[in-house]
Design a protein around this ligand. Structure first.
Ligand code: IYR
Length: 221
């Protein structure tokens, strides 16, 4: 068992009024984020995606095992194959698999099985969860709190891309097994979601929805 080593914490303390300003600014910026379903083909520099992935990879994870892998797809032919596979699953979902109450919950969003954005957007970021890792000698190393860890990293990635000035769509074709083959990831990894990323189309519209007020989502005891 390796001995833990510790180092001083590089903590930054702000004056109280600056703390409130920082929190307010971030909350206001995140409140402007909208999930977008119409993308522009305008290219996005790879460096922006790499930098946002570095931000995502700072996420806390169970035993710091970082049980995630991100595949950033920009190749047009691969995007087309992702679209074809996702639309095949989505047609099944909308026509057969989805229970009526699920379709009713989706109705206000106006979604359907057609996913042209999977080809239009410059980047599709496929996020994979690793239920286990492999040691340098090829032994299976169990990972802990995998969904929590990958969910947190994905949240940071969405926030980083938004802060960068890019739009995203959290797309969850179901089932997503086809992504392993297309992204050349091992069968034991689990596709978590597909983050469609780019500039919004000039004429993009979004559904009129509201977020729950603080009084409904939080309790102070
Ligand atoms: N995966 C489908 C359906 C879908 C499900 C939920 I929950 C959403 O918030 C949006 C869509 C699709 O992408 O159309």
């Amino acid at each position: 068992m390796p001995e833990p080593t510790f180092e001083p914490l590089a903590f930054r303390e702000y004056p109280p009024e600056e703390m409130l300003r920082r929190a307010t600014d971030l909350a206001a910026d995140l409140a402007r984020r909208r999930t977008v379903r119409a993308f522009s083909p305008r290219p996005v520099p790879r460096e922006l995606i790499e930098t946002c992935l570095r931000a995502a990879a700072t996420a806390p994870s169970g035993a710091n095992q970082q049980p995630w892998h991100f595949v950033a797809i920009s190749d047009p032919d691969l995007k087309r194959r992702v679209r074809e596979a996702a639309e095949a699953e989505e047609r099944e979902f909308y026509a057969r698999r989805a229970p009526h109450d699920w379709l009713a919950a989706l109705a206000p969003l106006g979604t359907d099985a057609s996913k042209p954005f999977l080809e239009t957007a410059p980047y599709l970021i496929a996020i994979f969860a690793q239920p286990h890792g492999l040691s340098p000698t090829g032994e299976v190393v169990k990972h802990y709190y995998v969904s929590e860890s990958v969910g947190i990293a994905t949240g940071l990635l969405i926030a980083a891309l938004h802060r960068t000035g890019l739009a995203t769509l959290t797309h969850t074709p179901s089932p997503m097994g086809f992504l392993n083959e297309l992204c050349r990831r091992p069968a034991y990894e689990r596709a978590f979601l597909l983050l469609v990323t780019g500039y919004p189309a000039a004429d993009a519209t979004v559904p009129h929805i509201t977020k729950k007020p603080l009084t409904e989502i939080a309790t102070f005891l």
